[in-house]
Design a protein around this ligand. Structure first.
Ligand SMILES: Cc1ncc(COP(=O)(O)O)c(C=O)c1O
Length: 404
């Protein structure tokens, strides 16, 4: 099929939830993908932080193949080895004592919300941040601090309060009789790589301890080595009570997880929560292989190193181009804020063979695989630079223009 055929078939039969998609991808290897015409692209977005070892990493492919040959699905009526092994490895490498597996980030956050409410024993309110993104189910879109995500889905779920990000006094003020938890992304990915300040996260931990609240960290996008630590909370010298993971966890297969301390986990008992596919043996095998490569090949250190390199290049871009107003993020979760919408910039970069993404209208982000090279970063930056240079900056308005 040609790219056009794939697009027209998709548009005919799929619900229009994603709008226009830039290309039809048919193959991937490492940091590269190819479209149906054979055109090669440098993928610096990695399926939005999913393909963290690059596409079709041999260790992941091997793990999937081996597991698929012996058992693809068993259901959670039974024990399976890959699920137990991955849970053990996650616990060994984090603050947590217990794991619940599901299939996506939204599901992981749903489970975290349920776990908190069960722990609350009548208390149910969760404080979340403006600009956050926690998923598209009715509970997680209610938790999400973005009006555009919630619009059209009323009545929303009761029990959520949104406060400004990085504003500890606002969190403190929002705590009420029914509050049981505070939920936060250490780096707001969809919100445009907004990094939580150290005082904020440390202050939240203290506040939660003082007021008997749970601290839930959503590391669905920033977790698993991307920021230069296996989990972003390690940057802050604190530990959460609950953490959610997904995106890179299954090495490209759908897998999410909720990790929690023993005290919190034990409020779940048989029947409290479940998932037909959660912890699927093939996805867990792929996840185990991914975690083994991340830890065994020092990819966390690499994310920090290459992140610094990319940050330097983006900062140079900001110096050179007036359209770039900010550079933000951490590790290999970085991007630039533009003074114009970024959608067309991303499209033009793709036509020149580099895949990036625009979030929050004006933020162009890089989420490359942790295996990305300096040369690949250079290529991406050069293409983005070239595209930005061709955009005519909007005229500088006089001080009176734009004033109400
Ligand atoms: C921080 C965060 N939480 C939750 C989600 C939802 O994950 P999923 O799309 O797998 O449901 C996302 C997705 O972008 C995310 O970035």
């Amino acid at each position: 099929m040609t790219g056009k055929d794939i697009a027209s078939l998709s548009d005919s039969y799929l619900m229009n939830t994603y709008g226009e998609r830039i290309i039809s991808v048919v193959r991937g290897e490492g940091t590269k993908v190819w479209d149906s015409s054979g055109k090669e692209y440098l993928d610096l977005i990695a399926g939005i932080a999913v393909s963290t070892l690059g596409h079709c990493h041999p260790r992941v492919v091997d793990a999937i193949r081996k597991q698929a040959e012996i058992l693809i699905h068993a259901s959670n009526l039974y024990y399976t080895e890959p699920q137990a092994e991955l849970a053990k490895k996650l616990v060994a490498n984090s603050f947590s004592d217990k794991v619940f597996f599901c299939n996506s980030g939204a599901e992981a956050n749903e489970a975290a919300i349920k776990l908190s409410r069960k722990f609350g024993n009548g208390k149910y309110e969760i404080i979340t941040m403006e600009g956050s993104f926690h998923g598209r189910t009715i509970a997680t879109l209610t938790a999400t601090g973005q009006e555009k995500v919630r619009k059209g889905f009323a009545p929303l779920l009761p029990g959520f309060r949104h406060v400004p990000f990085n504003d500890l006094p606002a969190v403190e003020k929002a705590i009420g009789e029914e509050t049981i938890a505070v939920m936060v992304e250490p780096i707001q990915g969809e919100g445009g790589d907004r990094v939580a300040e150290a005082e904020f996260i440390v202050g939240l931990r203290r506040l939660c301890d003082e007021r008997n609240l749970l601290l839930i960290l959503d590391e669905v996008q920033c977790g698993f080595g991307r920021t230069g630590k296996l989990f972003a909370y390690e940057h802050y010298g604190i530990e959460p009570d609950i953490m959610t993971l997904a995106k890179p966890l299954g090495g490209g297969l759908p897998l999410g997880a909720v990790l929690a301390t023993e005290t919190v986990s034990e409020v779940f008992s048989p029947g409290s929560h479940a998932s037909t596919f959660g912890g699927n043996p093939v996805a867990c095998s792929a996840g185990l292989a991914t975690l083994e490569v991340i830890l065994g090949e020092s990819l966390i250190e690499r994310a920090e190193l290459l992140g610094k390199y990319l940050l330097g290049k983006l900062s140079e871009l900001k110096e050179k181009n007036k359209l770039v107003s900010d550079v933000r993020g951490k590790g290999l979760m970085l991007g630039i804020e533009l003074s114009i919408p970024g959608k067309e910039i991303v499209k033009e970069c793709a036509s020149r063979g580099v895949l990036l993404n625009c979030t929050a209208e004006t933020f162009i982000r890089f989420l490359p695989p942790l295996t990305v090279t300096e040369e690949e970063i250079d290529t991406g930056i050069n293409v983005l630079d070239g595209v930005l240079n061709q955009v005519t900056p909007p005229p500088i308005s006089s001080p009176l223009e734009g004033e109400d």
